[in-house]
Design a protein around this ligand. Sequence first.
Ligand code: PLP
Length: 336
Amino acid sequence: MSNLYYNPWTGALSKLLVEKTLEAGCMHDASAVFVCNSGSEANEAGIKFARKVGKTIDPNGGKYEFVSFNGAFHGRTMGSLSATPNPKYQAPFSPMVPGFKYGTYNDIAGINELVNEKTCGVIVEPIQGEGGVNVASDEFLIALGKRCREVGAVLQYDEIQCGLSRTGELWAHGRLPPEAHPDILTTAKALGNGFPIGATIVNNHVAEKIKIGDHGTTFGGNPLACRLAHYIVSRLSEPAFQKDVVAKGEVFLQGFKKLQESFPGLITEVRGRGLILGLQLTEDPAPIIAAARERGLLVITAGTNTLRFVPSLTISDEEIQEGLGILSEAIRATRA
Ligand code: PLP
């Protein structure tokens, strides 16, 4: 059944996402949800919504620029790819969509020039996953929020990787004051726990500019995906579950500290929060990854020479210790 027809689960999921977001002290004016099938599609909707808001403010079409940041990953559809300034992903498909501009993550001084009257929207990950587990400073996001309000640009947080309790809070931006809350918040990945679904949460400032028929998708909001996600969101938003995520993050951090002591000169920094963590290495991690895989541990890179850890949120302490043990052996093997 297409989403042309009413089904109760699209509404129930949307309502739950909004309620849990408000309850958690996140995006204080969250009010409506577009449900789709993936993260790229959720961001694509957000980009289109920002363009529509820009067009409403300036009907002559001068407010169309869209800003993202170096190191970002927002997806592989043409709009979300245009917001992903990584030559590896963009070059084979260039030229990109017109009007996309890129800034430096965490560069507060550059914001005023980057985001201006021509900007309709800004997209940012509160914690960059693919970019190397880089955490945005609170000051950067507050300054970005302030500048967006000044020039009438829509602020979009991509929490597709860092959201839904991965940091131990429902959303990674939960710690921020309301002035740094987004107008658009995107989620996917954990939302379906393996089943394809994505969602774009918006406030009224955005929702009131979007008319029925402006945007759509046949299977977005289908009853099976929404029923699943409804259960998953209710589980992921449980405070006890979130406390566990923080505790497991601590187990990782203690293990990383020992690794750092065992291999000084290799690990220069530990980044991230909860269960989105990165180890910054001084060399290409490919041999370590291969040695870990031979020993039964799958681990992935990100950014430049970063090992990225985004395990299942239900990982046990024993599994963490086992994984850390294998990683240590793998590193040792590559030193030999
Ligand atoms: N945004 C972020 C931060 C992501 O990590 C990803 C996927 O890796 C996406 C967007 C794209 O999501 P999808 O692969 O579901 O299209």
